[in-house]
Design a protein around this ligand. Sequence first.
Ligand code: SF4
Ligand code: SF4
Length: 432
Amino acid sequence: MASPPQGDMPSAGLIDYAATLDCVHCGLCLPDCPTYQETGRETSSPRGRIYLMRGVAEGRIPLDSQVVEETYFCLACRACESACPAGVRYGHLIESMRAEIDARGARPRTTRFFQRLVLRHLIGSPWMLRAAFGALRFYQRRGLQRLLRASGLLRLLPPLARAERMLPPLPDPFRAPLVIPAEGHRRGRVAFFSGCLMPELFEPVHTATVEVLTRNGFEVAVPRNQRCCGALHLHSGDPVGAERLMRKNCRVFPLDNFDAVITNSAGCGAALKEYPNEIAPKVRDICEWLHEVGLRPPQGAVPMRVAYDDPCHLLHGQRVAEAPRAILSAIPGLELFDLPGARDCCGAAGIYNLTHADMADTLLARKIAALRDTRPDAIATGNPGCLLQIGSGVRAANLDIEVVHPVQLLARAYACEEKHGFPHDPPEAAQR
Ligand code: SF4
Ligand code: SF4
């Protein structure tokens, strides 16, 4: 949330003017910024954008279309935050700037209207999402997709054609019971934050997450009436929409009952950890949690070469780098390596790959080139946007490479040990 103006500071509206002053213009973040790497333009760098924010807040720079474009050209990947020695909270700053842009009506009315419509009334409503994805499943499975693609009609609406192309074959949705009991020795109880799009798009990831939690001795509760975490709303200049969702989520997670709130989506985790209430300290990424409490070592082998790719909102937003690598390294037979450029953004960035297709494609091309060079059996990454983006690139390049969440490989190792009759109970060392 943007801070109110303090003391003799200018009235900056929703821009957190005080936070812009933390930037000391050193430029150490520039080499890590994808938009600066590609353009070489100062205004497309973190330092340049903070200068623009400060100028707008002070009334020196008009909030015109060029400033709006630079603000939205940013991927909000937060690589600059990790690089910054001055602790500038860039993610928070870009959100406050986007909120100010919409508060002043500086984006085209139709863009704002459609974005709000989708974010508040589709993404923000589980029932609308279920209905929309039900229709999409019908479209994919009953031959309509083939017909529409063959008709060439999609070419008339390029953003729609792009979204349609990116959509993977949809699995059945994830619908879990309210409580799933722990297997063997019970180590605790966790709540699972299932998110908005994940249950519709990534049922296998959710099922694997619940499996590894129960196999590690945790009872898993999946509270009903959860909503989107609000990350997409915040990134799109809608803090009011994000706050509404936060309030609804806080009502359905009675925290006394849980050791942790688990998410398998890096973007959701980063947003939930910044909720200004008591949920935030309990939020853990699934890999972070298993690493923290002590993973029950899997006995089943998964003989694959796996490249790991860091989701920006796990690496920069949550500073979680070691845990997923440790979890994957614990799987017998699995050969793990970092994809060259693992720390770089893939270009997904929420809806960025739809609004800034050229830049998103450029960043994706780097990942695909690294995959062509290293030829792993699978690429593992823990965020739905990255899974979609890299998945669409792999399909388009016709590469025989699986795109998976780390937890799916772990679940595979447990499933394999079950086949060979290993016991369920965690060894003493892994028990709390
Ligand atoms: S968030 Fe990413 S794209 Fe935006 S300024 Fe920082 S490094 Fe650059
Ligand atoms: S590294 Fe930090 S202080 Fe230096 S220019 Fe970038 S944002 Fe400003």
